[in-house]
Design a protein around this ligand. Structure first.
Ligand code: PAF
Length: 274
């Protein structure tokens, strides 16, 4: 496995390949990312992972500065997962001047849910992913369903710009108790870690209730209240249509429950299709 840090090195390393498969990451990798790399492996003729903590998608009060930078450990894990090439640019390599040109996703998709609580987040994601796609020129790109709304934004980005890239979705990897794997789980105390599974349990319950015919609005309100009672600060607990993340109409069956909530100082997100 080769690690490159600059765009010329990346282009040179990819020059003999026609169909790269890329897994974009911000590093601090866990088994969830490695599953995406393994999923990418049979797709293309070279498997590339990018590691870049993208300042554009963090709000001023968020964890950009303390987000763990763990390149050596990440590289060892990527190599064991079968990755061929790692692109890990320094910030001034990837953003040599302020990135004032940006990619603005459709507000209908990007200003709801995560975008409501993290304004500008999906503009930051769409901008860096577009730039990564132009750098790597992948034929395939794999994104985890854990960031469900991100996956939808990227699908729309690729579709509307007619980018010749197939977006592949990876299933969320979970710990034994059901907690979705996330780089931010590392911020949890032992007590918070034990409590954290309640988010996925609440989402599971929401799906079961909606399937049993309980009114969606009531299910959402009860899920928020249940988490609040346990000491969480939920931002949203909602049931949406899978394809456009809008509120379901009567008869819609392809649904997903999505939630985001703070446990102590750590904000967790999760979702479950049902
Ligand atoms: O999901 C992530 O880790 C990031 O949002 C991504 C897609 C690498 C863009 O910075």
């Amino acid at each position: 496995m080769r690690i490159v840090h600059t765009l010329p090195e990346l282009r040179e390393a990819l020059s003999a390949h026609r169909a790269p498969a890329v897994v974009p990451t911000m590093g601090n990798l866990h088994a969830g990312h490695l599953a995406l790399v393994k999923q990418a492996k049979p797709l293309g003729d070279v498997t590339v992972a990018s590691i870049f903590v993208n300042r554009l998608q963090f709000l001023p009060h968020e964890d950009f500065d303390r987000y763990p930078r763990t390149l050596q450990a990440d590289a060892a894990q990527l190599e064991s997962a079968g990755c061929d090439l790692v692109f890990a640019p320094a910030e001034d390599e990837f953003y040599p001047e302020p990135q004032t040109f940006k990619v603005h996703p459709d507000p209908k998709l990007a200003d709801i849910l995560e975008g409501q609580f993290r304004p500008g987040f999906f503009t930051g994601v769409a901008t860096v992913v577009t730039k990564l796609f132009m750098a790597v020129q992948p034929r395939f790109a794999v994104f985890g369903k854990k960031d469900y709304q991100q996956l939808m934004v990227i699908r729309q980005l690729v579709r509307q710009f007619a980018m010749p890239i197939t977006i592949v979705a990876g299933e969320t990897q979970r710990a034994d108790d059901g907690l979705a794997l996330s780089s931010r789980n590392g911020y949890l105390s032992a007590a918070e870690r034990a409590e954290a599974v309640q988010l996925s349990l609440a989402l599971k319950r929401m799906g079961e209730q909606v399937r049993a015919g309980v009114d969606v609005g009531r299910v959402e309100v009860e899920a928020m209240a249940a988490l609040e009672q346990r000491g969480w600060k939920p931002d949203y607990m909602v049931v949406r249509r899978r394809d456009d993340l809008q509120a379901p109409a009567a008869g819609d069956t392809s649904l997903v429950a999505l939630g985001a909530a703070k446990l102590g100082a750590t904000r967790l997100i999760d979702n479950l299709e049902f």
